[in-house]
Design a protein. Structure first.
Length: 262
């Protein structure tokens, strides 16, 4: 039987500093362009993209960020050439086999978010086994968005709530948030997109409502610790208002400060 949802988060690890994002989402774009510039097949770019994942995860951990969501394959990506899709699915399986042991040893919980019903039974088994193995890990969380679409996620959550008998006329934001694949986790504070495109491509539409966006021209296979540091520095310079405004200091305070200066 297909498990349609990932296991609940075993923990919600906090960042090392309040100035850091609690949760980073990355739209890993540019694998094809990376390959084309080197006169290589697109699949070579995807393999290079996979090799970039571990260094970025390790850099996040060293920086003190412990919740990471990677956009690996969207619901729209099925429209790519059949041979490319097949190669990607094979690569996902190979990556699970090669990485799950070390992730488990490092205390990382693996969660695959998205509609996994369209994945092959073999890949579904690998996903379920990786999730089961790491389900109690609490040091960090890696969400892999696989056959994922933000609109579809919201629709699926509403349908699930309706099937459970929830009165949708009384539906509130908190209830819907808990029904999403990321229920129990903080919303992403930072969304990074590589390769320069200025769009979010159906990624974490609900969760990213107040995320800071950071777009870099760096292609995903070339995105490493230095590029992540730049993204974190840019985030630290942002003034996050969440719809409010920055109030000037009250007049008595300003008067007191002026008298001290004088």
């Amino acid at each position: 039987m297909t498990v349609l949802r990932p296991p609940a988060p075993a923990a919600t690890p906090e960042p090392a500093s309040p100035d850091l994002p609690r949760h980073i989402g990355i739209i890993m774009d540019g694998n094809g362009r990376w390959a084309r510039r080197r006169h290589l097949p697109r699949v070579a770019g995807h393999r290079a993209g996979v090799r970039a994942i571990r260094p970025v995860m390790e850099a996040c951990d060293r920086a003190g960020v412990h919740v990471l969501t990677l956009y690996a394959f969207s619901t729209e990506n099925w429209a790519r050439p059949r041979h490319e899709v097949a190669a990607l699915m094979q690569l996902f399986g190979e990556t699970i086999d090669s990485e799950v042991g070390e992730l488990h040893a490092n205390g990382v919980q693996i969660r695959v978010i998205g509609d996994r019903a369209r994945l092959s039974e073999r890949l579904q088994r690998k996903v379920a086994e990786a999730e089961a193995l790491t389900a109690r890990n609490t040091h960090g969380i890696l969400n892999v968005a696989l056959n994922y679409g933000g609109r579809g996620e919201i629709v699926a959550a509403v349908r699930e709530l309706a099937a459970r008998g929830v009165d949708l006329t009384q539906l509130d934001e908190e209830t819907l948030s808990r029904a999403l694949y990321t229920g129990g986790l903080p919303d992403p504070d930072l969304i990074v997109r590589t390769a320069g495109e200025m769009r979010i491509s159906n990624f974490l539409l609900w969760q990213a409502a107040y995320a800071e966006l950071y777009v870099t021209e760096t292609l995903w296979p070339d995105f490493g610790e230095a590029a992540l540091d730049e993204a974190l520095k840019a985030f630290s310079r942002r003034e996050r208002k969440f719809g409010a405004v920055s109030e000037p200091a009250p007049a008595p305070v300003m008067d007191a400060l002026s008298s001290r200066v004088g």
